[in-house]
Design a protein around this ligand. Structure first.
Ligand SMILES: Cc1ncc(COP(=O)(O)O)c(C=O)c1O
Length: 340
């Protein structure tokens, strides 16, 4: 096996902000209800400031920020962005000043992730341009925000929305290797791995990683936002960039991106969907495991629907990648999280 890409990967500077591997746990009571094996990969347990999937990306991105001797870090996202909260927490560990940009009006009360940002001392900039679905591509949006940030903050290290950058997504190449090894060890190497897709970097990193090790795992991303024009093309481009930077150039077409768009988003990004709420309640009641209404609940609703409609072969085990996000729960009122 050609392992030069693995030595390249190991040589890229990375901070240590969490313990790996994260657990891969069975969900036996839910599995019994669904009539198949269901497992959860606990990336919700990762890292500082209540953690989540962005820790894996920030370990690479902030290592570069440190190398460049940055004093300020800038990123942006939706009002309940977990990525923004985790960036602020991780940057504090390095003594960096964090600036977070939101393209919504400043809410009257800071709740959920916004409240934690406040506690972490991050500087929040609210520019009311109507966040949540610009109708632009990810790449154009990132370029525009980068300019705004330069004008408003001056010199800084810029992190695209959700850490959507090949360097950060190496964290999910590492995760792909980790999950592939754990699945083999548990005898579920033919499983389908399901994750939420917001900015698509987690999915891109996993696509690249699983392809690099020729893993038999199948991958499926569930779009939770309807946020970006040409979303599959952006994910394909990113997965290709990751492989090139590891010295194993390979291109992916948008059609090769295993993404279900639009189906499980509900009305829009950030608003709980009825199926997502039902999924949240089911998992909480059967396994005592919490999801968030913005990302993981919608992805889990997708998993449940695909199983119930026999869209995933009967004997295929399922691995749900829990990407975190639970702090957003505290931005909602009880009435908003009820379901029939
Ligand atoms: C809890 C949670 N799950 C999933 C995602 C999606 O990850 P990605 O942006 O890499 O698609 C995000 C961030 O967008 C998130 O905060």
């Amino acid at each position: 096996m050609d392992t030069t890409w693995q030595s390249r990967l190991q040589a890229i500077p990375r901070l240590h902000m969490a313990e790996y591997p994260t657990p891969l746990e069975p969900l036996p009571r839910l599995g019994q209800e669904l009539g198949r094996q269901v497992w959860v990969k606990r990336d919700d347990l990762l890292g500082p400031g209540l953690g989540g999937n962005k820790t894996r990306k920030l370990e690479y991105l902030l290592a570069e920020a440190q190398e460049r001797k940055a004093r300020k870090v800038v990123t942006f996202g939706g009002l309940q962005s977990n990525h923004a909260r985790l960036t602020a927490a991780a940057a504090n560990r390095l003594g960096l000043e964090t600036h977070l940009f939101y393209f919504d009006p400043r809410p009257q009360r800071l709740t959920g992730n916004l409240l934690i940002n406040h506690l972490l001392g991050a500087k929040m900039h609210f520019i009311p341009l109507g966040g949540g679905g610009s109708g632009m591509t990810l790449e154009t949006t990132i370029r525009l925000v980068r300019w705004v940030a330069l004008l408003m903050v001056g010199k800084h290290y810029f992190i695209p929305v959700g850490g959507h950058h090949w360097l950060g997504c190496l964290g999910y190449v590492q995760a792909a290797l980790e999950i592939d090894a754990q699945a083999r060890e548990k005898g579920i190497e033919q499983a389908t791995l399901i994750t939420a897709a917001g900015s698509g970097g987690t999915l891109a990193g996993l696509m690249a990683g699983l392809a690099l090790v020729n893993s038999p795992l199948k991958l499926l991303g569930i779009d939770v936002g309807k946020l970006w024009k040409g979303f599959p093309a952006s994910i394909a481009l990113l997965a290709g960039e990751i492989c090139s930077h590891l010295g194993r150039p390979r291109s992916f077409t948008p059609e090769e991106v295993p993404l279900i768009e639009n189906t499980y988003v509900g009305e829009r990004y950030g608003l709980p969907s009825p199926d997502g709420l039902a999924a949240m309640h089911l998992l909480a009641h059967t396994e005592g495991l919490l999801l968030d209404p913005v990302y993981t609940a919608k992805a889990f609703a997708g998993l449940l629907d695909l199983v119930r409609r026999d869209r995933i072969k009967k004997d295929t085990p399922l691995i749900f990648l829990h990407t975190g996000g639970v702090p957003a729960l505290f931005a909602f009122q009880k009435g908003e999280l009820l379901h029939d």
